[in-house]
Design a protein around this ligand. Sequence first.
Ligand code: GAP
Length: 432
Amino acid sequence: MLDEIIALAKRRGFIYPGSEIYGGLGGMWDYGPLGSQLKKNLKDWWWEDMVIKHDDIVGIDAAIMMNPKAWEASGHVEAFTDPLVECKTCHRRFREDKKGEIQAHEQEHKKKNESIEWTASQKFNLLVKSYLGVIEGKQSEIFLRGEITNGVHVNFKNVINSTRIKIPFGIAQIGKAFRNEITPGNFTFRSREFEQMEVQFYIPPQEEEAMRWFEYWKKDRMDWYIKLGLNPEKLRFRDHSDAERAHYARMATDIEYEAPWGWDEFMGIHHRGNWDLSRHMQYSGQDLRYKNLETGEEYIPFDIETSAGVDRSLLFLLCDAYKKEERRIVLKLHPRLAPYKVAVFPLVANKAELVGKAQEIYHSLQKNAWPVAWDDRGNIGKRYFAQDEIGTPFCITVDYQSLEDQTVTVRDRDTMKQERVAIPQLIEYLNQ
Ligand code: GAP
């Protein structure tokens, strides 16, 4: 099924392989006209629910490149590693914890009657390096951020000083992160450049408070993905064992989806304790403690983080929405996520009155900021199926009756039922 989704994504302009005309670049993907709109709809919904509708969360947009000291402080230079084993026969490297991939590789060699032996596991740092001319004539090595999180922590004091927010409160951010993944794969699932949407939620440094907020955010995030339309039976929590927890986390739970290749993670809830702020205090020499102005108490807060992958969320939304029915393929995306909300067709393309009326409707929807598609090719059945395949919830057809009584047919993507709706009532109908 994944192959079919990848093919649909390319054919209809959701996702293309990155720099494809040059043979691509492993782990890079480009979002096309429909994919970029879908991604924007997903991020806008997240921002609306996390920032606009929360008194206690504010947003920021920090720079991708940071002073390299920040990555030493955060522990990523030392500990942001994957244990890798290398195949001694062909020198390909694999993550030691990805047993399935290792076994599949062994099978490939066995089929060719080749021997297979592995090196001992070695740690490999995932930070992507770059160079920046910070001092004239000299180039300094810097890192592209491996997670978007530390752009938030380094601004903790700035946000407190420039707003009236008080603990408990969160700082939200959406942005790109980069990881030198050794085995990118499963379409966009493991990429080298990807986007994250995170909230760092600062609370008083008490374990009971941490447990309470941890459970709160677990439920909140699971409910959010169900609201977006993901099938609850394909969602579950999975707690991290001590061995797999990241260096900054005291507790970690993933939300997993039953992907075409099995259960896999697309977001995490982490209890980061006061790891980040205390380390940034130590490395920057700045006082990052929080002062409760009512009690005078000063402390380094704990951070409960919710960290979701934009690309993985989008991929699983696509997988979940993809339905193969007897006569059609349909993407049953939540209407709010669908790239186009509505398509407008004249019944036939060679009747000027029909085309004119359909154009009027198309332009009036567009003027009212409805993402609307136009199609006058082929027959109506084919046009419906073309819109089903990209998840357009409604198709409006202007037919001969429309010219007489100012009504059109509106066809529902999921039920395929058609209703006649008066043109002046169209926007109200679609809104409902
Ligand atoms: N700030 C915490 C953090 O970055 P993480 O579990 O390493 O935690 C969070 O990453 C999310 O970012 C993951 O759940 C996933 O959705 C996304 N992500 C991580 N690595 C990725 C990759 N190589 N490709 C696509 N998405 C990735």
